[in-house]
Design a binder for this molecule. Structure first.
Ligand SMILES: Cc1ncc(COP(=O)(O)O)c(C=O)c1O
Length: 406
């Protein structure tokens, strides 16, 4: 794979590269996209080959995968994470958010409290609130570029909570939780009779030298009621296919979930989702290892660049995936003054904010505003480095020039 040469994505139905969507958050339709969490790399050559074979086939009628999908997922969990789970204990779901929303709806009641660590991936808030549950936002502790879970505060926040919605590794910071931290979260869940839902969509992209522990694996020693969600989507850049899987810690939860999915007619993957996923999980480990090395290299390059050129901007202490949270607080007041003094120049729609508009206009870089992850995170932007190192460093250089020219 040549990750130094990203794919040309403009005009390919990509929301990340859509000028109107970019202008909405960044006040500049021409800004280069470093926002939506997909990568600018082509997927694994074997997956592309499967796509080409499907195109040749020319018939996309009802498939029957028997247990090939779940078997492929089981093979992946063992090969990638050393977690032995039988195909019978893995259930297909039409995307992570669907699987999480459905589980939340089935195993909690309206009015129940759901604790979500923040900064939080925005749709988590929507799932909780739109399903009539009460959101308990638990801000991760933050100190000069370092995010961490404060156990004492977490224990206090758990009072009356029925569900913990965890993101591991964490989006947007990229932090990888230790086994000890996961066990602590599970024990808190168990103590309070709360279910623990773990979104692990970013788990296959942990950088060299770090290790992801699936929540369900950690739970084998704890015995909380737990659901672990995972997917090939971020891993292989096939997120638009909306394929995910869930592992439930207890059989009752699994049966209830499957019955609901069948009742709602949501249990059947399309032929394209199925075949791409089977190829990904059976043949994709080499591509994945190479990609993790490249992304780890991008993250190191970001840290080094900022340390050398603008130590006032800090990247989060993340070691997974291709997003990082940049702390712009040293320049925030000046930026806010600039943006508020010229509303015509920095206009935009929902989803953007002071920082995303400032950098869209002055650095031609479209990033997610920190407020998308919770109101308290307005001093941050999320930067997507799932593209060539050259693009990443050029964008950072423009970002640094923009703040220095204030
Ligand atoms: C943490 C997290 N969960 C879920 C999703 C979306 O998953 P899906 O498209 O499969 O619903 C994303 C996408 O960015 C994500 O970052």
């Amino acid at each position: 794979m040549n990750f130094d040469t990203p794919a040309k994505r403009k005009g390919t139905n990509s929301v990340k590269w859509d000028s109107e969507a970019i202008a909405n958050i960044a006040s500049n339709p021409e800004a280069e996209p470093f926002w939506v969490a997909d990568m600018d790399f082509l997927t694994d050559p074997d997956i592309r080959k499967t796509g080409l074979e499907l195109a040749e086939l020319g018939i996309y009628a009802y498939p029957d995968f028997h247990d090939r999908l779940e078997s492929a997922a089981s093979h992946w969990l063992e090969a990638k994470h050393g977690w032995s789970v039988g195909a019978d204990d893995i259930t297909f779901a039409m995307g992570m958010l669907h699987g999480i929303a459905s589980t939340l709806e089935l195993f909690t009641e309206p009015g129940d409290k759901v604790l979500v660590p923040s900064p939080m991936y925005r749709p988590f808030r929507d799932i909780v609130v739109n399903n009539g549950r009460v959101l308990i936002e638990f801000p991760l502790s933050y100190d000069a570029g370092r995010f961490y879970l404060d156990r004492e505060r977490f224990q206090k926040a758990m009072e009356g909570v029925s569900c913990i919605l965890f993101c591991s590794p964490h989006n947007p910071s990229g932090i990888v939780f230790t086994e000890d931290e996961l066990e602590f979260v599970l024990m808190e869940g168990k103590k309070h009779g709360a279910i623990v839902l773990s979104d692990e969509i970013h788990s296959d992209l942990v950088h060299p030298g770090f290790r992801h522990i699936p929540m369900g694996k950690a739970n084998e020693r704890i015995g909380a009621r737990c659901a672990t969600f995972f997917a090939p989507s971020k891993t292989f850049n096939i997120a638009g296919e909306h394929c995910s899987f869930v592992h439930f810690s207890d059989d009752g939860m699994k049966k209830t979930f499957i019955a609901r999915e069948k009742a709602m007619k949501l249990a059947e993957p399309s032929i394209v989702i199925g075949e791409l996923t089977i190829t990904a999980y059976e043949k994709g480990l080499e591509y994945n290892n190479e990609l993790c090395r490249y992304l780890g290299g991008n993250m190191s390059a970001i840290s080094t660049f900022l340390k050398d050129n603008c130590p006032e901007i800090k990247a989060a202490n993340g070691n997974a995936s291709f997003v990082t949270f940049l702390d712009i607080s040293s320049y925030y007041d000046k930026i806010e003054h600039e943006v508020l003094s010229d509303p015509g120049k920095y206009k935009g729609g929902q989803g953007g904010g002071i920082l995303s508009r400032f950098f869209g206009v002055n650095a031609s870089a479209a990033m997610n505003d920190g407020t998308w992850f919770g109101d308290d995170w307005n001093h941050f932007v999320r930067f997507n480095y799932g593209t060539s190192r050259e693009n990443v460093l050029n964008a950072l250089s423009r970002i640094v020039d923009a703040v220095k020219s204030l």
